[in-house]
Design a binder for this molecule. Sequence first.
Ligand SMILES: *[C@@H]1O[C@H](CO)[C@@H](O)[C@H](O)[C@H]1NC(C)=O
Ligand SMILES: *[C@@H]1O[C@H](CO)[C@@H](O)[C@H](O)[C@H]1NC(C)=O
Ligand SMILES: *[C@@H]1O[C@H](CO)[C@@H](O)[C@H](O)[C@H]1NC(C)=O
Ligand SMILES: *[C@@H]1O[C@H](CO)[C@@H](O)[C@H](O)[C@H]1NC(C)=O
Length: 327
Amino acid sequence: MHSSFFFSFSALVASVATGAVINPRYGSPWTTVKDHRLIHQFPNGTTVENIAVRSNGNLLVTLTSSPELYEIDPFNPKSPKLIHHFTGNLALLGITEVSPDVFTLNAGNFSAEIGLSPGSWAVWQVAFHNEQTKISKVTDIPEAQFLNGMTTLESTPNTILTADSAGGVVYSVNTHTGEYKVVLENDVFKPAPGAPLPIGVNGIHYLDGYVYYTNSFDPLFGRVPVSKSGCAVGDYKTILTGVFGDDFAVTPQAAYVAGNPANVITEIKLDGENKVIAGNINSSLVAGATSVHFGRTIRDKHVLYVTTTGTVNATFVEGGKIVALDI
Ligand SMILES: *[C@@H]1O[C@H](CO)[C@@H](O)[C@H](O)[C@H]1NC(C)=O
Ligand SMILES: *[C@@H]1O[C@H](CO)[C@@H](O)[C@H](O)[C@H]1NC(C)=O
Ligand SMILES: *[C@@H]1O[C@H](CO)[C@@H](O)[C@H](O)[C@H]1NC(C)=O
Ligand SMILES: *[C@@H]1O[C@H](CO)[C@@H](O)[C@H](O)[C@H]1NC(C)=O
């Protein structure tokens, strides 16, 4: 497999969210990007995969090019801080805040050379207490083939959902006990036949009683209503097909989907209307966009932070970066 092609898909991850009442933005205006600025660009060869935001506003980003987690203050982005190097793994993927200032992430072996490495995957916890950081393993998930997107199951304390892109299932994990089980399994999560990489479900985000998801190589965005424990309690509904989606952010009105490898951010209203709001196939603005997160402070709650792999096309590759889009 062509390595630039591989890397253009390597960070495909999604997340999910739930919401009580979804109000599709019928007829409402499209989001416009008023300004954009580079927060930080890593060296060439670095691929940035996923993002979470601390309540103090600092960004936490995972890499797939090395097993590293960085923290960056978007208002003073001069010196990203390496929080931890997860020795024994090749890559970090989805990350989510499970309780105040406690985050979990997926770690395992994944690279262009070895592929997805089933059996290498685990969920880890990173707890911030004042200036101290405590790193601990929550659990191995030896059955998993490729743990990618992750989200917090807000209906159940200390519980996250993690998507196995190759296995086509979603696990729930109790981060206190380490107990895990498959809670969502459906054909809509399976890798498409003939996909260049066995990646189906990618990003997942829980919002108000629904799990939203992307499938990367059977390109679709959809949602399923779930119980408090994360099991499906209704139909898997496809909202949109044909738009390549990695991970995304979702609000009660719309999702903002990182279009890896199309180098765009697409706004998808929850009735399926959609529009590219940033980037294009030849643009490096969001080159190989992998994930999206809203800022959490008053100063930046209207900012979409985008992470990238840096691959625009076969001839242009730059270092992965974090870009702020003011909307
Ligand atoms: C990842 O692969 C390396 C060898 O490349 C191996 O030493 C390590 O144990 C593997 N990690 C996991 C979590 O399986
Ligand atoms: C992208 O570049 C290709 C090759 O130069 C060109 O044919 C195509 O029209 C461009 N597309 C856009 C959207 O700029
Ligand atoms: C590849 O991306 C670069 C940087 O955005 C652009 O200048 C170039 O036209 C693109 N090449 C093709 C063949 O589309
Ligand atoms: C990044 O590295 C790739 C692969 O080595 C190279 O082709 C490309 O020119 C480099 N890009 C920059 C901006 O240095």
